[in-house]
Design a protein around this ligand. Sequence first.
Ligand SMILES: Nc1ncnc2c1ncn2[C@@H]1O[C@H](COP(=O)(O)OP(=O)(O)OP(=O)(O)O)[C@@H](O)[C@H]1O
Ligand SMILES: CC(C)(CO)[C@@H](O)C(=O)NCCC(=O)O
Ligand SMILES: [K+]
Length: 268
Amino acid sequence: MKPQNLWLALEIGNSRLHWGLFTGETLTHTWDTEHISESIIQKLAQCQTLDDVPPEILPGHVRNRQIAPEKTPHPPIFLASVVPDQTAIWQNHPHVRVITLEQIPLLNMYPTLGIDRALALWGAGKKFGFPILVIDAGTALTFTGADANESLLGGAILPGLALQFTTLRQKTAQLPDLEIEIIYLPPRFALNTPEAIQSGIIYTLLAGIQDFCVSWWRLFPDAKIVIKGGDRLLLLKYLQFKFPDIAARLIVEANLIFWGMLEIVRFF
Ligand SMILES: Nc1ncnc2c1ncn2[C@@H]1O[C@H](COP(=O)(O)OP(=O)(O)OP(=O)(O)O)[C@@H](O)[C@H]1O
Ligand SMILES: CC(C)(CO)[C@@H](O)C(=O)NCCC(=O)O
Ligand SMILES: [K+]
């Protein structure tokens, strides 16, 4: 990858798409979009230059920053996806190169490990040093750790913050839909339904995160923990109230997967 070359990083998550535009090794823009329809992806396949890319993919607020001279050839798109249906629509696209687990030098991976977890872990380790634990506060909340030998130690998967609220509402008759963007901690022992739900989900999630962090530091006392994902800032705020010592030690970094991709793309 030459320093001046433009390339797009695309991570397909379960809720939405995460995009990064790189110039060589510099990440210059990031944005999120909804999942893209097949017809828009077909339109993209016809594009010769960056200017032709449909606005559903390259929104106005990114384009307006004059990311490249006019008529810049369409950059390659490096794709990592945890949604097989979406991978299927993208993978025959002329500009797309799909990143797979085999390309990530992390040791001890198991075949069904999510590519997002592997890339985020690899990116975090390369940026902040091994051993490293990544907490991904996304649709699913995951913990993924690697030891000093750059070998996967393992991790855990549970429903993410929004998903816990949604499943509770969908699978019960009486529980309401809630706004979760509350920035204060709810009362622990609540006397109304919304706060009882908030208390249950938030306090058990925080206790769980605390327990994983403490267990990690018992294994590797000086090792780093990085948090990413759409709920990272909300969870960090709750942790600052409830477990300030843990919050103070967490590194917050939204772009771990892009850093992981860069480590792979560097050799193209
Ligand atoms: N604009 C938004 N759209 C969707 N989710 C959002 C948004 N802003 C914050 N979130 C929060 O982000 C979480 C989803 O995180 P994120 O976008 O990192 O997941 P994802 O990458 O799509 O999914 P996965 O975890 O499968 O990779 C949800 O729990 C939601 O509360
Ligand atoms: C856990 C998710 C959904 C998190 O995005 C993804 O990494 C995935 O689908 N993983 C496959 C299972 C695993 O990682 O063990
Ligand atoms: K994710």
